[in-house]
Design a protein around this ligand. Structure first.
Ligand SMILES: Cc1cc2nc3c(=O)[nH]c(=O)nc-3n(C[C@H](O)[C@H](O)[C@H](O)COP(=O)(O)O)c2cc1C
Length: 148
């Protein structure tokens, strides 16, 4: 059983990446087989462009995993653009699999933005979302560290 943690932000100071990394460490402590993928290391290509080899690599990783933790930053009350590219182009063989969400936002009022990810995954692939989303705001971080 493999859990794939997908950190989708391209920000060099990504806060959702910090959440993903923390989840990886916590799961590893419990001897859960998990792996983290950092979108900053993938050459993302939008739909209708030739897919880069790293996109194919990501597609294979996603296809082989049993369940997912998806890290996202909120952009304009929705998912960030790089996550949309990953969903549109790399999500295959994910039907019915479980997923959880780790979300970083600027403020507290955008918590419903994760619903767009829920809608895509549940409607398109009948994926099953695990309850309890981790939702963090700028206040939860200091100097590139999680402080709460
Ligand atoms: C283009 C853009 C749009 C954003 N829109 C929102 C928003 O609607 N609501 C919000 O709370 N934060 C918003 N933010 C702030 C980000 O959610 C915040 O910086 C978060 O840390 C991003 O995740 P990341 O650090 O992992 O990239 C926006 C940031 C950017 C760059």
């Amino acid at each position: 059983m493999t859990t794939l943690i997908i950190s989708s932000s391209l920000s060099t100071e990504s806060k959702s990446f910090l959440l993903c990394n923390k989840a990886k460490n916590e799961l590893s402590k419990k001897n859960i087989n998990c792996e983290i993928i950092d979108a900053r290391e993938i050459q993302l290509t939008a739909c209708h462009y030739n897919q880069s080899s790293s996109m194919n690599f990501l597609t294979n990783k996603i296809s082989k995993a049993d369940n997912y933790i998806i890290g996202m930053g909120v952009h304009n009350y929705s998912i960030n653009d790089s996550l949309k590219i990953i969903l549109d182009n790399c999500f295959r063989n994910v039907e019915g699999k479980f997923f959880g969400i780790l979300c970083a936002a600027g403020g507290e009022k955008s918590y419903l933005s994760t619903m767009h990810l829920t809608q895509i995954c549940m409607n398109e692939w009948r994926m099953i979302q695990l309850p309890r989303i981790i939702y963090a705001t700028g206040k939860d971080f200091e100097k590139n560290q999680i402080i709460s």
